[in-house]
Design a protein around this ligand. Structure first.
Ligand code: FMN
Length: 134
């Protein structure tokens, strides 16, 4: 398969910018959902009131282009890529961007500390416990 079309995924954590009100988050999520559907990107954004953890997946070229835009977005800071690489099949097919909030602020902090190997597994382990609003 052409490399640009190969499925690729990225997982990162970041922190809401001190200059951004919390209400920007639902605006980001709503806009991103439509944009991702157009781009053939799917994924899940988790927000705990302060930190983000997001997985995005799709054709390599689209995913790399998107993560570059996200990294430059001033509405969050300390963007730290925990994992990126090829993916055999999509993890999320139902939505362009699932958006969920968690109340426990320790959960994303633990993912951030987990390091590359464990981070994706911990992220996926969260999913049965979160309320999908998609
Ligand atoms: C935490 C976070 C997650 C984001 N996730 C996405 C996303 O999944 N898809 C998307 O198109 N934009 C997402 N954005 C918004 C992008 O950073 C950017 O504003 C958007 O792609 C529009 O880019 P443009 O203004 O260069 O056209 C996210 C922003 C933040 C802060």
């Amino acid at each position: 398969m052409e490399k640009a079309l190969q499925l690729h995924e990225v997982l990162y954590v970041s922190t809401l910018s001190p200059d951004s009100p919390v209400k920007v988050v639902s605006q980001i999520a709503a806009k991103a959902r439509t944009a991702n559907e157009v781009a053939g990107v799917t994924g899940l954004l988790i927000f705990d009131g302060m930190r983000f953890c997001q997985q995005i997946e799709g054709p390599r070229k689209q995913v790399l282009r998107l993560i570059e835009r996200i990294r430059q977005d001033l509405r969050h800071v300390n963007v730290e890529i925990l994992h990126h690489g090829p993916l055999a099949e999509r993890r999320f097919r139902r939505f362009g961007l699932g958006y969920v909030t968690v109340d426990d602020v320790d959960v994303l902090a633990r993912i951030e500390e987990a390091g590359a190997e464990q981070a994706m597994a911990q992220f996926l382990a969260l999913i049965p416990n979160v309320d999908m609003d998609s």
